[in-house]
Write a protein that binds this ligand. Structure first.
Ligand code: CP
Ligand code: NVA
Length: 296
């Protein structure tokens, strides 16, 4: 008997480590065989892509990915839906489930995405909430596997704001036997029970690291505290000195969009140790593997 696919991919931990590894292998096959590999997987099924916040990579990679799998992507701005006029998540979930085979949603409310996942009869995929960004983490693991050949035992240092990207990276890494250390100042750190080593010392986090990762200091929704954040996070930038404290073969990662001069220097972002552009590309392959698994 084949194992049933989980309904939702909202925190990332809905999928067990062995399955994550198989999704990454499948993402590599889809990459190598693009665009024909998997081209009939969705067989004309539609996928709703709901965006309450801006997006370049997530929106476009999902839209291209659904099309390449033979499905129909429906990109929806939530302000164009009755949701923006107070229609409930429950009613939206019931109605969309009659039309589409999956719902991908980027929302300012994690709770709303969880509720959508509970109420919908089709899989719901988190395309970023303030708490989690699991699709990013899947592509990040694929990128690390491409660079290092495996994931077990890798050490990843995340330096900066302990945000959605950091949290999902820690969860995903823990599922495949990689370690994450997060260096963040007081008030910006992940919860103490996060599956990561937590410190306020960037050099401690990057010592012996195979990859060093950062993300913006001001995430979507944090704009009102931008000035204070830039001051508080000033010592948590990836530059060439910090990179030199990691392993000689360590790569640099960033989910993008980047703010060169803030969380990362331009020299490191555009330098030859940067894996950032592969991470962006892998969003497409990893999400195709995920959709194929959840829907096909
Ligand atoms: N990394 C990422 O999710 O980028 P977008 O906000 O452009 O989708
Ligand atoms: N932490 C960032 C990630 C953007 C892809 C944000 O939530 O805005």
């Amino acid at each position: 008997m084949t194992e049933p696919a989980p309904r939702n991919y909202i925190t990332g931990s809905e999928i067990a480590g062995g399955r994550v590894a198989r999704l990454i292998d499948r993402a590599e096959e889809l990459k190598a065989g693009r665009p024909l590999e998997g081209a009939a997987a969705l067989g004309g099924k539609s996928v709703a892509l709901i965006f309450e916040k801006p997006s370049t990579r997530t929106r476009i990679s999902f839209e291209v990915g659904v099309a390449e799998l033979g499905g129909i992507p429906l990109v929806l701005r939530s302000d164009d839906m009755q949701l923006s006029r107070g229609e409930s998540i429950q009613d939206t979930a019931r109605v969309l489930s009659r039309y589409v085979s999956a719902i991908v949603i980027r929302s300012g409310s994690h709770e709303n995405v969880v509720e959508l996942g509970e109420q919908a009869d089709v899989p719901v995929v988190n395309a970023l909430t303030p708490e989690f960004h699991p699709c990013q983490a899947l592509a990040d693991l694929q990128t690390l596997k491409q660079r290092f050949g495996g994931l077990g035992g890798l050490k990843i240092a995340y330096v900066g704001d302990g945000n959605n990207v950091a949290r999902s990276l820690a969860v995903a890494a823990s599922l495949v036997g990689a370690e994450v250390a997060v260096a963040a100042p007081e008030g910006y750190q992940l919860e103490s029970d996060a599956p990561a080593f937590l410190t306020d010392d960037p050099r401690e986090a990057v010592r012996g690291a195979d990859a060093i990762y950062t993300d913006v200091w001001v995430s979507m929704g944090d704009e009102s505290t931008a000035v204070r954040r830039r001051t508080d996070l000033e010592g948590f930038r990836i530059d060439s000195n910090l990179l030199a404290a990691a392993k000689p073969e360590a790569v640099v990662m960033h989910c993008l969009p980047a703010h060169p001069g803030e969380e990362i220097t331009a020299g490191v972002l555009y330098g030859d140790r940067s894996a950032v552009w592969d991470q962006a590309e892998n969003r497409l392959h990893a999400q195709k593997a995920l959709l194929e698994y959840l829907i096909a």
